[in-house]
Design a protein around this ligand. Sequence first.
Ligand code: NAD
Length: 452
Amino acid sequence: MSEQVSRRAMLRGAAVAGVGLGVAGTTGIEAAAEAPPARGRTMIGEPFRATDAPRFGIIGLGNRGGGMLPLLLAIPGAKVTALCDIRPEFAQRAARTVTEAGQPEPAVYTGGDDDYENLCARDDVDFVYIATPWEWHTPMALTAMRNGKHVGVECPIGLTLRDLWELVDTSERTRRHCIQLENCCYGQNELRALRMAHDGKFGELLHGSGAYLHDLRELLFSKTYYEDQWRRRFHTKIDGDLYPTHGLGPVGAYMDLHRGDRFSHMTSMSTPALALAEYRAEHMPPGDETWRERYVKGDVTMSLIQTAKGRVIHLAHGVSSPHPYSRLNHLAGTKGVFEDYPPRIYLEPDMSGHEWGSFDDYASYDHWLWTDVGPGPGGHGGMDYLMLYRLVQCMRLGLPPDIDVYDSAAWNAPFPLSVLSIRHRGASIPFPDFTRGRWRTPHPGTDSEKPA
Ligand SMILES: NC(=O)c1ccc[n+]([C@@H]2O[C@H](COP(=O)([O-])OP(=O)(O)OC[C@H]3O[C@@H](n4cnc5c(N)ncnc54)[C@H](O)[C@@H]3O)[C@@H](O)[C@H]2O)c1
């Protein structure tokens, strides 16, 4: 066990040590935009091969994986055939959930840090779902694709630009999808605002905001919530936006990311890192192991991203200081503005006098997933279920997924790019173009048509 813990610690150290590195392995700012040569065809628009009963393997059955399992089991057609966790009791508990849902006993892998490789090698798995600590996401996703499986990864999909390019390359070479499972793209307000944006209600789009503002202090210091307290340790290693995709996924969709626009460059700054040490002083006993830690991740990281069309996105990340939950979720154009938390809207010509109006008045724009399917059981008001429902639907019908490897890589790039920008006093860092020039290609995304 101690050998495994030290391997985990090594992986965690190696993963964060490389954050900010360009493809060329330098910390040069221009290197951030470098693209390695393509080794396979584009995955844009690539359909799944239609599979009536897609078979899932899940790696990581802690808070997230354990919570998503019953939702997956509730989706017509979805089968769960294999489970893996280094904590045998979590995997066994999940196996009982599968059999209680009336499905055959799944294969269970609990043989240590690398046993996930055996799950990935199975013949009866079509899609691997990864819900482990961040440092495992890229190696696990690569292993899944190299074994011929499609893969869906919890946020973030990769920590370095090298990770992100390797995921793109491997997806193109193996012809397997690699999807950031970004549930927030399926929120009711996000999908309604998306459909309104596509209908021109906001006019020409100008700017938007997205964020992950979630006070996690109590969970970060809990001895039992995160396995081996992995999440707090990131705050001792790097300063940057550690969780960009909840905010950026939906705003990217509003702005037709890779369907007509792309992220061009970004600049980031962080506040001082004070709040975790303050929390520790108030809540942790003298001599606790946390007293050996020094927190370097600024309490709030703010970034500005400009797109190729000149639009501006404000991105924020803060999990260590008091803040009611918010993803900001704001969009503005030449005809009006929407902002969330709580939702409100101002649109011309529908409104005048500079008074906010009700977003409920635009319920007719709700996405078909919300009117005809959702919200469904559990999870973040329904968006978790709808994300999985849509994924399974695309696999069953042989459609391309709403979210591809290019979207996933671009939403995650602010993790390393913000680290690099902060290291260079807020310098402007160019975004890599993960599509290799295909970002103007119209193709379906989360604003999907309801299949016949
Ligand atoms: N999308 C969302 O809304 C949302 C919500 C919560 C968490 N998450 C994400 O889900 C992921 C997991 O978070 P969590 O809160 O469930 O953490 P957790 O610590 O509760 O769960 C991680 C699980 O992975 C297992 N694990 C660790 N190393 C492993 C290995 N080598 N092989 C197999 N299993 C291994 C652990 O034993 C643990 O059960 C993170 O990426 C987190 O950011 C996303």
